[in-house]
Design a protein around this ligand. Structure first.
Ligand code: SF4
Length: 758
């Protein structure tokens, strides 16, 4: 809705902040970027610009490829996601030197050179190029689309008669509107904006915003609008012009939020206002690109605030900061529509589950990098309590409400202090449910074969006639070897063997009975935790036997409990991508319902961080919680972060790099909250989290360290670097570092206690 030009500022601010809160909640994004001024020559002469300069002031007209790469590499090392290419418009048409440099280096135009540099940066550093090359033709935008994740051009103004644009043919409004239109036709996620204070009126600026909204209504491509204030700069024609008054600037920012559709994000640069926190009160939800390594070449006299200050100012208003990619989530999550095929994996690999940028720490599950510190008690508290949906859901949980799918999705969206608030509540619920004891089970994994007929795309473990073989030799353990390993495990103090393997083409259901007999031959008492929902479903199917009858026979032979693996994500939309030929969601739930009905207990796992989004996690939790309400057969929830390194789906460039540490911590904490009153135990996978990650999860709702896991082949096949085994002493070290009087106890598979040796 177009605000009236006389609307008082306080009214407009209130309306804008309220509209922002409704559409973006507490989240304010920024793009960690590196700034690449490819050329500072420009054929235009805008009255306010210090970026454009004369050839005599430069060593050469363009950054060389080596210079471009050196800047981009520094940015990538500092954790940036975006390479922002900013340049003057068509300098080769004004400066022979520029045209000669391009010709000598084999390029026909500045845009051609920009295309080459975008590709170079993308391929050599993984940074996502954002091309900001001014008013371009449809063909130019199209070739840039192949090498950039998004593009941008400030509309600035619709007034064609402004003094400041007298020498600037590219600032002709019709040309800029045509560029905006062509970007929409090409499906380019596009950034545009207006400049406030260069001589036009409120009404003129509202006209410009309306033109942007109209283009967006036609194509849906405007991802963000920047409202930027004019500041006079020495050495420019407008150096004596008054700066844009602060109130007028805030009025325009708020007017933009009120006028623009809510799916168009609103940005104001933090470095051009002394009190940039006021911009949050005017309804922005994005700070734009913030560079840890390069200055703002367009406004070199105004450095970006350090990230810590940006975070503090944002959090002081009860809002939270989140890194984003140059392409916003709605576009990143719909790559077929918005991204060239060559840009889809570069975007995916930097994305988190919400389509935002991965957090700036380098942690990956199963990797060597240490996790960031998130949990309560490990960081100084910030003064402002977060507000918004996350806190509302937590308040409801503390009042005894059971969160549904939408509330769980809100919790998974927690950022900054909200993450700690979720972890705090989960930690309290853990205390209420199971007290201060941290448990573990002494067990051995026996992965009896890695030969498998299935083709799960996330699985680096299986080898076989049809699976996606990548490395390692196929093997099948004989029953004697299984017996030997069981005897050895028992000698080492194991109380449980965990049996899982591939689905060998030659197995019928009798094989699993033979395995149980082999275990029992070696030990009459060791707990047999074995066979996934897939294995028992396949076993029964191959024998044409009803599942309940087959499970009873396994039980009679000695099977005690079922692992909850093969669940991956219990949502068929995701299973169609991850494991299209595996059991469906309903079949997994049916297998566990049947197991519970015959007296076999089991657990719930979730393998997360490959391709899915938080709504799929939420559905998984709710579906398994509903089954638990029906049967009570689940003993624990085991979150399994996706270890990406050697998996087929990652090597085929179709998955993310597993969850971020924040996401892994939230899976534990939200699992504790969602299952509260239903499933008492939440386990940490130390194989995937590492010891220091596991410690933080134990302070975020988890109470169990799982098994000592002599021989863990599956995560290591996927590239995990954490060891084969942790013993009681290693677990004790983790627990000793926890706050709040936590103590370690050995448990049985079903959470009874194992007496300490006399
Ligand atoms: S996850 Fe299991 S069923 Fe799927 S390919 Fe790997 S071993 Fe086979």
């Amino acid at each position: 809705m177009r605000p009236h030009v006389d609307t008082p500022l306080p009214d407009l601010l209130a309306a804008a902040a309220e509209r922002r809160d409704r559409s973006s909640g507490t989240r304010v994004t920024f793009s960690p970027k590196v700034f690449l001024p490819l050329t500072r020559l420009c054929r235009d002469r805008c009255g306010y610009c210090t970026f454009a300069t004369a050839p005599a002031r430069l060593d050469r007209p363009y950054l060389t490829p080596d210079e471009v790469l050196a800047i981009a590499r520094a940015g990538a090392e500092a954790g940036c996601h975006e390479a922002l290419f900013t340049l003057g418009e068509r300098p080769e048409l004004r400066y022979p030197l520029a045209a000669e440099w391009l010709a000598a280096n084999g390029f026909g135009s500045t845009v051609d050179y920009l295309v080459a540099m975008c590709a170079l940066v993308r391929d050599e550093t993984g940074l996502l190029p954002h091309a900001n090359a001014g008013a371009l033709s449809l063909d130019e935008l199209a070739i840039l689309r192949r090498v950039s994740a998004s593009q941008g051009m400030m509309l600035e103004t619709l007034r064609a008669d402004l003094e400041c644009h007298r020498g600037a043919p590219d600032k002709e409004p019709a040309r800029r509107l045509a560029t905006l239109e062509a970007a929409g036709q090409l499906g380019i996620p596009f950034t545009t904006g207006i400049l406030v204070g260069i001589g036009d009126s409120r009404s003129d600026r509202l006209d410009a915003l309306e033109a942007i909204a109209a283009a967006h209504a036609r194509y849906g491509h405007v991802q963000e609008v920047i409202v930027q204030n004019f500041l006079p700069k020495d050495g420019t024609a407008m150096h004596r012009a008054p700066p844009c008054p602060e109130d007028e600037y805030l009025w325009m920012v708020a007017a933009a939020r009120v006028l623009l559709p809510v799916d168009v994000h609103l940005q104001a640069p933090p470095n051009l206002s002394d009190d940039f926190g006021a911009l949050l009160d005017a309804g922005i939800d994005d700070w734009g690109g913030v560079s840890p390594v390069t200055i703002d070449h367009v406004n070199p006299e105004r450095p970006w605030p350090a990230l810590d200050r940006l975070r503090a100012v944002t959090e002081d208003r009860g809002l939270v900061l989140a890194p984003r990619l140059t392409v916003y989530p709605a576009f990143a999550l719909d790559p077929a529509r918005w991204l060239d095929p060559a840009m889809r994996f570069p975007v995916l690999v930097r994305s988190d589950a919400e389509g935002l940028g991965r957090d700036l720490d380098p942690w990956t599950s199963g990797g060597e990098e240490p996790p960031p510190l998130i949990t309560p008690g490990r960081l100084p508290a910030r003064p402002a309590r977060p507000r918004g949906a996350v806190v509302e859901v937590l308040d409801g949980v503390l009042d005894g409400q059971v969160p549904g799918t939408d509330e769980i999705v809100s919790l998974f969206g927690a950022r900054g202090p909200e993450v700690r608030a979720v972890a705090d509540v989960a930690d309290e619920l853990r205390r209420q449910a199971v007290g201060e004891v941290v448990t573990f089970v002494a067990n051995r994994n026996i992965n009896y074969t890695n030969i498998c007929t299935f083709k799960c795309r996330f699985c680096a473990f299986s080898k076989g006639p049809l699976s996606l073989n990548l490395r390692g030799d196929p093997y099948l353990l004989g029953v004697d070897e299984i017996s030997r390993r069981v005897a050895e495990a028992e000698e080492m103090g194991a109380t449980e063997v965990c049996l899982q393997g591939g689905i060998h083409p030659d197995f019928d259901g009798e094989y699993y009975l033979e395995v149980i007999r082999a275990v029992r031959a070696a030990s009459p008492t060791i707990h047999i935790h074995g066979f996934t929902a897939l294995e028992v479903t396949e076993g029964a199917r191959r024998l044409s036997e009803p599942l309940d009858s087959y499970l009873r026979r396994l039980m009679d032979a000695g099977l005690k409990t079922l692992p909850g693996t093969a669940a991956e994500i219990l949502d068929d939309e995701v299973r169609a991508v991850l494991c299209p030929d595996k059991i469906t969601t309903d079949e997994w739930l049916h297998a566990h319902r049947t197991a519970h009905s015959v007296g076999l207990r089991s657990n719930v796992t979730i393998m997360f961080g490959a391709v899915e989004q938080p709504v799929h996690w939420a559905r998984h939790l709710v579906r398994t919680r509903d089954l638990q309400a029906e049967t009570g057969g689940f003993t624990e929830f085991v979150p399994l972060p996706f270890v990406h390194m050697a998996t087929p789906i990652f090597l085929q460039r179709r998955s993310r790099r597993g969850p971020t540490f924040r996401e892994a911590l939230l899976m534990t904490a939200v699992g504790r909250i969602a299952y509260h009153g239903f499933i008492p135990n939440i386990q940490v996978s130390w194989v995937k989290m590492g010891a220091s990650g596991a410690a933080q999860l134990l302070e975020s709702g988890a109470n169990d360290l799982g098994g000592t896991l002599i021989d863990e082949n599956i995560s290591r096949a996927a590239g995990a670097s954490h060891g084969q085994m942790m013993d009681e002493a290693a677990f004790s070290t983790i627990v000793a570092g926890l706050s709040g009087g936590r103590r370690l106890e050995q448990r049985t598979t079903l959470y009874g206690r194992v007496p300490a040796p006399a």
